[in-house]
Design a protein around this ligand. Structure first.
Ligand code: UT7
Length: 328
């Protein structure tokens, strides 16, 4: 038995933060951001009291509607996020409550920008066990909650959004075929949030030192990301004897256009086979992969061979080879 994606929902907030507006907040320019990162604008969730679960809820509601799934039919909901509504309880539990999913269990996962990829592997295992028939995987992040808008090296990169997919069992030759997932905890020194955890709880000092925002050593992460994402994608192709002609789409994490292009180049894939939304949404962390599927759904055909690839905080990285299961 295999685990296939059988539906997609997505949500991005209305507010558009353009490079022009960002240039009024920090010393940057549209020209620098476009040439170094490839982002034109990003969506920001505005409104008091709104968080990651609100975007996740919208994505899941749309998913259930599109797939004709009743909330009570969902067996398990997994939410991957680095910006949970609160430290506890899990954002997944809050989404279930807001959607009306009552007969399921749920939990959060955090694997940095590889969260959704690792979540795909996890969701598939629950399906393949035979015990669960409908597993919802949500990738959602309100990155604007942890971005320092006085820091020009980080603030252009991130945006807010959420995506959700439904996993169901299938006996056909579709769904997740293989996965290669890796972590290197030593990489944490280059990308992390310094305070707010058990090592350095929140205090006046940590707030004054701006330690609740993303800390990133951009160049170190960039180098590791290019190598990590490109190597793993090529390894997956070699393992399954896939040529660039065989692959319908590369679905890469959207951190930097230069990282995406380097990965596609190593795979010998033309730009027409690479899903890209970074220009409009920026890096939505856990939401990049499902938001790509959400926008490209109509172009996907049954049997299409897809390679998903990510790199993120942790360090975490990996690739999944999946055969698409349906067409609209
Ligand atoms: O998804 C999570 C994983 N994260 C990533 O994959 C991010 C990986 N890293 C990157 O994408 C890039 O390293 C950044 C986009 C973060 C930075 O780009 P870069 O080309 O590596 O720039 P840099 O840090 O080497 O900085 C080059 C110059 C510096 O000026 P000096 O010292 O050469 O005078 C920076 O101060 O660019 C300057 N700079 C900026 N200038 C205008 C940095 N940020 C900006 C900015 N606008 N926003």
């Amino acid at each position: 038995m295999n685990a296939a994606i059988t539906g997609i929902g997505g949500f991005v907030p209305e507010y558009i933060l353009t490079n022009k507006e960002l240039s009024t907040m920090v010393d940057t320019s549209d020209e620098w951001i476009m040439s170094r990162i490839g982002i034109k604008e990003r969506r920001i969730l505005k409104g008091e009291g709104l968080g990651t679960s609100d975007m996740g809820t919208q994505a899941v509601k749309q998913l259930l509607k599109k797939t004709n799934t009743k909330p009570e039919e969902v067996d398990l909901l997994i939410c991957t996020t680095v910006t949970p509504d609160m430290q506890f309880p899990a954002t997944a539990n809050i989404i279930c409550d807001k959607v009306g999913i009552k007969d399921a269990f749920s939990f959060d996962m955090n694997a940095g920008c590889s969260g959704f990829l690792f979540g795909m592997s996890t969701a598939a295992k629950f399906i393949q066990s035979g015990q669960y028939k409908k597993v919802v995987l949500v990738g959602a992040d309100k990155m604007s909650a942890i971005v320092d808008y006085t820091d020009r090296s980080v603030s252009p990169i991130f945006g807010d959004g959420a995506g959700a997919v439904l996993f169901e069992p299938t006996n056909e030759n579709v769904g997740i075929i293989d996965e290669m997932l890796h972590v290197d905890g030593a990489g944490r020194k280059h990308l992390h949030q310094k305070a707010g955890g058990s090592v350095k709880p929140a205090s006046h000092k940590t707030v004054d030192a701006r330690e609740h925002f993303i800390y990133q050593e951009g160049q170190q992460v960039f180098k590791a990301a290019v190598k990590g994402m490109a190597d793993i994608s090529v390894d997956m192709m070699k393992k399954h004897n896939l040529s660039s002609e065989d692959i319908a789409w590369l679905i890469p994490h959207q951190a930097n256009m230069r990282i995406i292009s380097a990965t596609a180049k190593r795979m010998n894939l033309p730009p027409e086979k690479v899903m890209i939304n970074i220009e409009r949404f920026g890096n939505t962390t856990d939401a990049t992969l499902p938001l790509l599927l959400w926008e490209w759904e109509k172009q996907l055909k049954k049997g299409d061979k897809l390679i998903f690839a990510t790199f993120g905080a942790g360090f975490t990285w990996g690739a999944i080879y999946l055969k698409w299961a349906y067409e609209n």
